[in-house]
Design a protein around this ligand. Sequence first.
Ligand SMILES: Nc1nc2c(ncn2[C@@H]2O[C@H](COP(=O)(O)OP(=O)(O)O)[C@@H](O)[C@H]2O)c(=O)[nH]1
Ligand SMILES: [Ca+2]
Length: 441
Amino acid sequence: MTVDPRLTASSDPGRMTSSRLPILLALVFSSLFPVFSHSNREMWFQDLFPPNTCPINAKTFYGIMFDAGSTGTRIHIYTFVQKSPEILPELEGEIFESVKPGLSAYADQPEKGAESVKRLLDMAIDAVPPHLWKKTPVVLKATAGLRLLSEEKAQALLSEVKEVFEESPFLVPEDSVSIMDGSYEGILAWITVNFLTGQLAGHNQHTTGTLDLGGASTQITFLPRFEETLKESPRDFLTSFEMFNSTYKLYTHSYLGFGLKAARLATLGALNTEVADGQMFRSSCLPKQLEAEWHFGGVKYRYGGNKEGETGFKPCYLEVLKVVKGKLHQPDEIRGSSFYAFSYYYDRAADTNLIDYEQGGVLEVRDFERKAKEVCDNMERFSSASPFLCMDLTYITALLKEGFGFRDNTLLQLTKKVNNIETSWTLGATFHLLQSLGITY
Ligand SMILES: Nc1nc2c(ncn2[C@@H]2O[C@H](COP(=O)(O)OP(=O)(O)O)[C@@H](O)[C@H]2O)c(=O)[nH]1
Ligand SMILES: [Ca+2]
């Protein structure tokens, strides 16, 4: 088990990152927790402090959310602070840590998988003060990696994790360990991003759509502005979701098997096939002389370059096109909009210096294509980073253009953190959890 440096490099593991969004949170919590309790536990030394600064009145509460992704497991420990009964709570910060590989890699050793969760949960023991353990909910939601496993193997992993939770001192709600429905993954990430950018406060909302590219699945979510989109979209792509006293009618879909790593297998012709012993999968998107092995979802694959045949962007694009062309719904409305994009969109853009690793940045769709051409047509120069770099960039280009139907000049805001909080569905999920438990002081 190793710590994923890309996820932790900027997140300063184990240390609290602070993000105060008082006005926004005031609005959020007033609707999240409509019955607001006004405590009157007065202390003799309250008079020594100016109003609202008395430390004894500051109440802190926590929410622990695990993201069991296909490539790694992550813990997000959120802290909320209510400084006085008169002021509404603030999102104080997040502690974030991750481990690799993901739970699905332990399909045949569920106890070992649960152990990786336990190690992360130990961080929460240190982060949350003992007197709040019992009031702090802990939840794990698994995504595409577990969706792709057999029901039996997935359940074995989930029940081992449940045991770890039950042995912990935290509050374990019903259904605390589960596989999340793909549509929630998109909705909750959309809630996180639009909450962190302040778009969910007030009525004049200019929300932004979100694009998440995981290892095994990919999500697109936005708030449709045109009647046409509502009429033309498949019914199961439209979901009503209530949060912060508003109802959002969102367009969202999770495409299973279209995550970056699943797409590698699909391009190699190895997805959903019985892999024969010693079978070799070749692609024009890989360096000519390459021959190697790759483990994904508990299966070993042998792959390599087109020794004799063509390599480079053109043949690679044609290969990748087969994976996406005609497979995704293309809502007209998104062609002219801009989107927030994170996860592997961010990682690959940062790997190739299209954006700064810490700051992120704004790109056009065509920037990914330009970079894909540069890498694929000079494979020797780039293959030391990852032999899959050409395939990944070409897939991202094809997914955006031919899959979703974005224009060359569609703007993508590549973001890993907003106000020091990870742009992950986990914050949206924590709001939902706190709302359902009615946790408030
Ligand atoms: N910065 C950041 N990146 C994340 C987080 N969660 C997942 N990722 C990224 O998501 C990608 C992997 O997707 P993963 O969640 O394992 O696969 P999925 O199960 O298909 O969604 C990688 O690019 C990770 O860096 C997070 O909380 N913060
Ligand atoms: Ca994910």
